[in-house]
Write a protein that binds this ligand. Structure first.
Ligand SMILES: C[S@@+](CC[C@H](N)C(=O)[O-])C[C@H]1O[C@@H](n2cnc3c(N)ncnc32)[C@H](O)[C@@H]1O
Length: 199
């Protein structure tokens, strides 16, 4: 987050910022954000009850239960409500059967000037054969895990782990975002996207 100066400033400021960590899994990203920003309040959501139970235990063990709340929620649920300065989706959008709907809900959670940050795999921008090591690794995960998981719920966009920047941009624009920026945050495995509503 320090690499995104205005988000860093808001998370550090008063009144305390609110963060929605969508598809929080075992809660590590929610915990990481709350640890880094002692004023911020984080609501983590995940569809999977076992992950939510684990996340709650992890949050309690980290001593953050007063600022991090974890709940079982479907990110595409039309009753998802709240006003958040930041919505994060770490390594999960490609798993979702309805990514456009989820991004539309995420957009609806933002306060004016708020942002959605999506972190997903740093796969190649276009398909090439043979792919590099990351492509092959991610296609392996996709075929064996993420794609079947995303297809279990129908209808499905069937994205899979190899979600290229062009695919995310299409989903974001369909969901009503104005623009998608690839953030200059260096990582071998992950690409950081900022989805913007306004200017
Ligand atoms: C690969 S895990 C990532 C978890 C966490 N964000 C992390 O980075 O460790 C993907 C998560 O997305 C969750 N998920 C998938 N579809 C979802 C949906 N429609 N609503 C909420 N969570 C969802 C899964 O239950 C799983 O915990």
């Amino acid at each position: 987050m320090p690499g995104i100066p205005d988000v860093h400033a808001r998370l550090s400021a008063d009144p305390p910022a609110r963060v929605a960590d969508v598809a929080c899994g075992a809660g590590w990203s929610s915990i990481g954000i709350a640890r880094a920003y002692p004023k911020a309040r984080v609501d983590g959501f995940d569809l999977d009850e076992a992950s939510v139970a684990l996340a709650r235990a992890n949050v309690a063990e980290a001593g953050l239960a007063d600022r991090v709340d974890i709940a079982v929620r479907d990110a595409g649920d039309s009753t998802l409500a709240g006003r958040y300065d930041l919505v994060t989706i770490f390594e999960a959008l490609h798993d979702m059967s309805q990514p456009v709907e989820v991004l539309r809900r995420a957009r609806g959670l933002l306060v004016e000037g708020g942002s959605v940050i999506v972190v997903d795999e740093r796969v190649a921008e276009t398909f090439t054969a043979p792919g590099d090591t990351i492509e092959r690794l991610m296609y392996g995960f996709s075929v064996l895990c993420c794609l079947p998981a995303g297809l279990a719920d129908q209808p499905s966009a069937a994205t899979g782990t190899v979600m290229r920047p062009g695919t995310l941009r299409r989903y974001a624009l369909e969901a009503g975002f104005r623009d998608v920026e690839i953030l200059p945050i260096s990582s071998d495995l992950f690409r950081f996207y900022r989805l913007r509503v306004g200017s």
